[in-house]
Design a protein around this ligand. Sequence first.
Ligand SMILES: Cc1cc2nc3c(=O)[nH]c(=O)nc-3n(C[C@H](O)[C@H](O)[C@H](O)COP(=O)(O)OP(=O)(O)OC[C@H]3O[C@@H](n4cnc5c(N)ncnc54)[C@H](O)[C@@H]3O)c2cc1C
Ligand code: SF4
Ligand code: SF4
Length: 610
Amino acid sequence: MELALKTRLKELVGNDATIRERIFERELCSSDISAVPFAKRLFNTTPELVIQPLSIEALTQIVQFANEERIAVFPRGSASSGLGGIIPTVRGVVLDLSCLNKMLELDPEKGTLQVQTGVRWSEILEFLKLHNLSVRAYPSSFFSTVGGWINTGGYGIGSLRFGHLKDQVEAIEVLFPSGELKSIDSDEEEFVRFFGTEGQFGILVTATLKLRRKPTKSLPLLIYFEGPGDAFRFMTEMVQADIRPYHIMYLDAAHLETVNKRLGEDLFRVNDAALVEFEEEEERRNCIEFAEHRGILEEEYLAHYLWHERLFPMKQRSGRPTPLVCELLVPLKRAVLYLTQVKRLAKGYRAEIQVEAHLVAKDKALVMVTHHCDERKLFPYLLHMTLIPALMKLGIAGGGVPYGVGIWNTPFITDRFDERTLTIYQTYKKKVDPHHLLNPNKFFAVRTKWADIPGILFKPFIFRALIRSAVVLTPVLVRLMGLKEPGEAESCLEETVYSCMKCGSCAALCPAYMVTGDESLIPKNKLYLAKKLLAGEMIAKSDSDKAFLCMHCGLCREVCQNDLDLVTAWSALERMLEDKYGKPEEAIRNFVSAIEADEDYWRFAYAQKI
Ligand SMILES: Cc1cc2nc3c(=O)[nH]c(=O)nc-3n(C[C@H](O)[C@H](O)[C@H](O)COP(=O)(O)OP(=O)(O)OC[C@H]3O[C@@H](n4cnc5c(N)ncnc54)[C@H](O)[C@@H]3O)c2cc1C
Ligand code: SF4
Ligand code: SF4
């Protein structure tokens, strides 16, 4: 972007937006949860500016300006979605919406809450507790934003009882690329187009959520079974028998084995299991009766532990930083067959997979197959990456529907939406975003920067042929190469750096980030700085100085998806930086005084019992 344009943009927004233009700050937006090799070569993943609007008016001005000047715009919530959905593809600006996070209007009579869409689900639940209210469902990425979840999946904890997220939103306000701000009610035809379409049509600015009374009890049950067949039969029959749980999830034996390893104790049986959450005693009693002779009930405290862990679905602490995840909605009656095929295929790839499935309707489960890899071992990593689309293809053949598109699932777009819906969406895109400025070159089709030759490989019919060959060739290559899992990392800092999945959970409770709004202070971004340092790259003194702005409060560890020993890592990082660049004593003093003088910090510290 030309300097003159940047200057005009800065003048336009004045103090109503924070603009970040240093290379380190921009690079922080250039990767997402599952690193894909070559992404930086295929796309322009580093934005020219990161803009954090502080008001809807400022956001509108920026979007209008971008439209007039034909600048591509990439909206960003908490950046917890993967599949390349959040990385820029062409030169343009990232719009960080995390400061548009106000609770706007609570109507307890009607049971609705209007929020700005940059607010996180965790913040909404905390706010509603004060009013004895709650949301109906929420994603297990509890720290992600309302705008982000509406734009991606919309199924999560509580979907079995309350349905898809679109059934829990009464109205939305959308800012179109032209700068038009429009309110759309749930009974209008346009409404559903904004669910799961990954920011293609407009920027969601507000949403009015339907609420429910805050449940007074949490009564989880953990039931073991001999295999997936028994577990799925139990879950299917139970919901058909009209026992009403709030949520049901299936965990495979490998999942529970990992939990045991992580805890260093054989607390759980290594069996397939169903974790069922009830809010009413009677329903729970009915379930216990129903489970008799069908499965084995675990102790209550262990069920409670796993229910708490529902918000940490990827916890591993494995030194394998990159979770490769295949997610799709599978008809319940085909789920067991699918899992059998999945395990057979994964065995050929010598991949240690884990399966978790959430019932999201009486006849449908959201199945997640996760394989933790190490992106540092490029060739094995590339081989294992082919497992994910292969699993996706298997699921689709069995009537499944892909969940999430981004960049890497675009070859499956025709399986995600039927032809009619896709045509409507493409026509609508042309109408509302004629210059393709919102999240361009992803979702509908991929275009790369190299004469688009690699992009052609993403065309559904070519991609599928490639995957068919990979399914045959990869197991042979894996066997020939005798693939081993990665070795031990050298130091605590190194282990932490390479075990970070970039999920961004840690931002949710970090007081340093909350008070400054500066993304460089988010733990995952400090680990990115450490990664550069460990790789021997030069970093700017100003970036080094920022890494010291930390309260060492340890809240990041409490919510870390990978249970990383972050405070120890901060001490190690600070020692390394101090040796190289010195310690910014004055900046630290000013930071601590600013934090301690901040009312929000104390309110927050009190709530979190720091
Ligand atoms: C540990 C973990 C658990 C997860 N659990 C679930 C789950 O239970 N269910 C589920 O569906 N997903 C889940 N996910 C995936 C992801 O967290 C969700 O998709 C999440 O809700 C995305 O929200 P976000 O704020 O991080 O959005 P981002 O990742 O920042 O953005 C996602 C997409 O939406 C667009 N976008 C964001 N905000 C707006 C806006 N206001 N207007 C227009 N476009 C916008 C972005 O451009 C991008 O394309 C999980 C991820 C992790 C790491
Ligand atoms: S220890 Fe530092 S990085 Fe972690 S939450 Fe506290 S202030 Fe944030
Ligand atoms: S430090 Fe933990 S919570 Fe933060 S991004 Fe990394 S894995 Fe996720």
